[in-house]
Design a protein around this ligand. Structure first.
Ligand code: PGA
Length: 233
């Protein structure tokens, strides 16, 4: 099982350093991937945790003010990187074409992309979630070989579930995971969206899931410990 901790744009450096100490005490056989604010990547030196980034540039190194390239992430011992998170699609107008470029840049330096896809509430109400997800997956992975594709971790994140405390019905998650496994049989699939220590027993009923991507929970080490204990391995 994999649990990815997406800190988003939270914590000052001082807060991060004390948070890190709490994470250090977690003993688990789950693969934990910590994705902090990029400014703190150099502060992660935990042997129980792998290093992830929350974003990468579409460009290589060069005259691109403010960007962080895949090569630079690699030089910070980053092994995973979230791409296509719905918050970036919404607030930075990130497109599937850009996400595709990011994935290619990451794979070139052997960083595993964690590709997020998921539908809006209205899309689910219109029952077009499978079309939306299929389109996003196809466009984001365009031009990749089967071998390259299989390296990507896919996170199903229904947008209406992120940060809302609402989780889909298990049947709804199962349906999407099945669609993903059908198109990407060798890939690891995560679920993300309000997963926490209280609903994990319900989420444990998802039939085929390889782990979770958590936002809010990532910032609460005590609750995270409970989540990891209850998690079906
Ligand atoms: P959440 O965020 O766990 O706070 O809903 C998940 C995510 O945005 O990846």
């Amino acid at each position: 099982m994999i649990v990815t901790l997406n800190n988003k744009c939270n914590l000052t450096r001082q807060e991060f350093l004390s948070y890190k100490k709490q994470l250090q005490q977690i003993k688990t056989d789950v693969t934990l991937i910590l994705c902090p604010c990029s400014l703190f990547l150099n502060d992660i030196d935990l042997d129980n945790i792998k290093i992830g980034a929350q974003n990468v540039s579409c460009t290589e190194c060069g005259s691109y003010t403010g960007e962080i390239s895949a090569t630079q992430l690699k030089s910070m011992n980053v092994s995973y990187c979230i791409v296509g998170h719905s918050e970036r699609r919404k607030y930075q107008q990130e497109t599937n074409r850009e996400i595709n470029e990011k994935i290619k840049n990451l794979l070139k330096v052997n960083i595993i992309p964690i590709l997020c896809v998921g539908e809006e509430k209205e899309e689910r109400q219109k029952q077009i979630e499978k079309q939306v997800i299929t389109k996003d997956l196809e466009e984001a992975t365009q031009g990749l070989s089967e071998e390259e594709k299989s390296k990507i971790i896919i996170a199903y994140e229904p947008i209406w579930s992120i940060g809302t405390g609402i989780i889909p019905q298990i049947r709804e998650i199962d349906d999407v995971v099945e669609l993903m496994k059908d198109k990407f049989p060798n890939n690891k699939i995560l679920y993300g969206g309000s997963a926490n220590e209280e609903n994990i027993e319900t989420l444990n009923q998802i039939s085929k899931i390889d782990g979770y991507l958590v936002g809010g929970l990532s910032l609460k080490p005590e609750q995270l410990k409970i989540f990891l204990k209850k998690l079906k391995k």
